[in-house]
Design a protein around this ligand. Sequence first.
Ligand code: NDP
Length: 319
Amino acid sequence: KVVCVTGASGFIASWLVKLLLQRGYTVKASVRDTADPKKTEHLRSLEGASERLHLVKANLLEEGSFDAAIDGCECVFHTASPFYHDITDPQAELLDPAVKGTLNVLNSCSKTSTVKRVVVTSSAAAVVYSERPRNSDVIIDETWFSNADFAQQNKVWYILSKTLAEEAAWKFAKDHVIDLVTINPAMVIGPLLQPTLNTSNAAVLKLINGSSTFPNLTFGWVDVKDVCEAHILAYENPSASGRYCLVERVLHYSELAKFIKELYPSIQVADKPADDKPVAPSYQVSKEKAKGLGINYTPFEESIKATIESLKEKGFVNL
Ligand code: NDP
């Protein structure tokens, strides 16, 4: 069977391509620059790649750009979307590629009769960000939607980009009768296949590369392999539908730092909050729907260890 993965050179997508090839799929993988070895070599060297991986050049901002990558595929996994915080022009750098890019990909899907399901990598960012109060008794689930106006007011542009992109995806899917499933992972960590550093693993690196402070934030955390498994199960299981929140553990950065210190007692780990505001409240995220899909989460302790070992091995930190 032939499937498409957009943004294949990225952290999550590289693992998705690897697992799809392992399962015997033929993968049409879109990358922005097929001539850049930093974006392609790790994909070309995956097991099965020489026989069943096809790299196709595509850009989120070019209309019709994904037609060639998507044509002939039974499923499209749309993962491509910028995930950066350090930006100068939110509209051009985040919002347009996220929202127009998603519509662009879905439009290519609607032009071909081969695509049976589209799995979009949305985010917990499109679920948890609203004025709804939080504490350790609150259980967030798939019925929660982030509030785009609230995100706009607070200028949290990445959150806004994912919220608007998911809203646009559901609307397009309804209007064009596309079978859409979204995967909504929290912060994804795990070993890097790609040679460059992605934003969520960079958040872990910041705790161990000499900085003394950690952000006063509470996030959910989940392993990259579980996230990719969920994408594949969401396609393979005909009864999968709607959204799937993926969170193994909800942790404040202080707790994350504590876990790292326990695993690596001799290294310097950030040990002070970056502000003196009240500690960001904890909350729970329901695991029920993901369990129904067949996800058995990798324990956070294992994921954080594998992440740090990979950051060491790739030379991002010397411990
Ligand atoms: P990466 O930065 O590693 O990957 C992002 C991918 O998007 C890259 O392949 C990048 O291509 C591609 N991309 C960005 N802009 C464009 C564009 N204009 N045209 C074509 N491709 C583009 O991030 P992740 O793997 O972490 O993220 C993948 C997806 O998962 C994103 O949708 C993200 O929002 C979502 N997500 C990530 C989480 C995390 O914690 N990592 C949590 C929840 C959701 P290039 O390599 O050429 O820059």
